[in-house]
Design a binder for this molecule. Structure first.
Ligand SMILES: CC(C)(COP(=O)(O)OP(=O)(O)OC[C@H]1O[C@@H](n2cnc3c(N)ncnc32)[C@H](O)[C@@H]1OP(=O)(O)O)[C@@H](O)C(=O)NCCC(=O)NCCS
Length: 181
């Protein structure tokens, strides 16, 4: 049986992660898709949370990736930390066998354990619905992508330690590497 390991990336995975991203997001008009540079820049930034950069290692090969990095929710009451999900990618020869779902869920579970409360994502609602994401604009969250409507999504994570707490509302501020995509 082929073994699946879901774990945070380590420095030795950088090349494999780049290859997975480059292949999954390949487009005829660019030599290297912007998602590769986005992850490289985030990795060197304050937004990087090492425990929340998750790889899927299948049969000893890194073939899947789900990244959660720090964003802020800005409101009149001040700034509250939250997470952005993305990029999410699975190598083409390993797609449609559940690895994407598994690696995203592993990242979300790790975030819940760390006490994180809110995750935002820009992506296909048909895919992210399975994790519980819903329209972010209806949760009082704005961003440069709010105008896109449905693809701008958010998920409130269950409280890790009991207390409910109100999820933050306001403008989600993405760090500068995100302006590339
Ligand atoms: C999206 C992606 C990560 C899914 O990975 P995966 O390992 O194939 O996903 P899973 O096997 O866990 O799930 C497959 C399911 O997702 C669905 N799915 C895959 N890509 C989808 C997409 N872009 N939109 C909607 N549904 C999608 C499949 O139909 C399948 O549905 P089913 O469970 O009802 O059969 C992968 O297709 C990929 O890397 N795509 C290119 C990069 C990309 O688009 N990333 C996401 C940005 S929003």
């Amino acid at each position: 049986m082929t073994t699946l390991r879901l774990r945070p990336e380590d420095p030795a995975d950088t090349g494999a992660v780049r290859r997975v991203l480059a292949a999954a997001f390949a487009r005829p008009d660019v030599a290297t898709p912007p998602e590769v540079g986005l992850v490289d820049e985030l990795r060197g930034s304050e937004s990087w949370l090492p425990a929340l950069a998750m790889v899927a290692e299948y049969g000893g090969e890194v073939v899947g990736y789900a990244l959660l990095t720090r964003v802020r929710v800005h409101s009149d009451q001040g700034d509250v930390p939250a997470l952005a999900l993305g990029p999410v990618a699975v190598a083409r020869h390993r797609q449609r066998i559940g690895l994407g779902t598994a690696v995203v869920q592993a990242a979300l579970d790790a975030a819940t354990e760390l006490g994180e409360r809110l995750v935002v994502v820009l992506g296909d609602p048909a895919y992210y619905r399975r994790f519980g994401f819903g329209r972010a604009d209806r949760m009082g969250l704005t961003s440069p992508w709010s105008g896109l409507g449905e693809p701008w999504q958010a998920l409130v994570l269950p409280p890790a330690t009991g207390g409910e707490g109100t999820p933050p509302q306001g403008e989600v501020i993405f760090p500068s590497p995100w302006s590339k995509v």
